[in-house]
Design a binder for this molecule. Structure first.
Ligand SMILES: [Zn+2]
Length: 187
């Protein structure tokens, strides 16, 4: 069954191509309800809101992976660190993981409220990329065994982009560091 933008309450105002319009998810709750925060590509049948992070696609549109994935996820805003604090580097060094692996995987340190600890603490931030886009971030307390992932973000395998052009993969059961261990071994 072919779906239309109207099925998602997206008003393209009969325009085609890459257009901007209001977002049915967040515009009415915004202080600028007329701000065209939703980018729509009418050829590909996909959209993304720059305000609330709503993304989606029309069923049947030929957009590859996205077409099977109508659920909308929140995209985290992830900024790779410009610098790497000593305590971050030391944390990984204690686990046998060298600096180049931290740098390559764009890991950073930042403050985050962890519900498990009930407070804001310093966290190691592991960005989860797919095709170069950060779709999730995992936060791990630097000084405690407490974690969380970005709320409402899509859950994907860690290190997906490293599989580009590969016809086999090693899947590890544990955490990100187990994946890094293989990077170090390949060295
Ligand atoms: Zn929105």
């Amino acid at each position: 069954m072919t779906q239309t933008f109207a099925d998602y309450d997206i008003d393209t105002r009969d325009r085609t191509g890459t257009i901007k319009t209001t977002c049915p998810k967040c515009s009415q709750n915004r202080s600028h309800p007329k701000d065209p925060c939703l980018s729509v590509n009418t050829q590909k049948g996909i959209w993304k809101c720059h305000h609330c992070g709503w993304v989606g696609s029309l069923k049947g549109a030929s957009v590859g992976r996205l077409s099977q994935n109508i659920q909308s996820f929140r995209l985290p805003i992830y900024q790779k660190a410009d610098q790497y604090p000593d305590k971050l580097v030391a944390w990984f060094q204690a686990r046998g993981i060298p600096f180049n692996v931290i740098n390559r995987n764009k890991i950073s340190l930042g403050k985050r409220f962890l519900p498990g600890l009930g407070k804001e603490v310093e966290c190691i931030q592991f960005p989860y990329f797919r095709k170069g886009e950060c779709v999730n971030v995992k936060y791990r307390a630097l000084d405690a065994k407490a974690f969380m992932q970005e709320k409402g973000a899509e859950k994907i395998f860690y290190g997906l982009d490293d599989l580009d052009g590969c016809d086999w993969a090693i899947i590890v059961e544990g955490c990100e560091c187990d994946k890094f261990a293989f990077e170090v071994q390949q060295g």
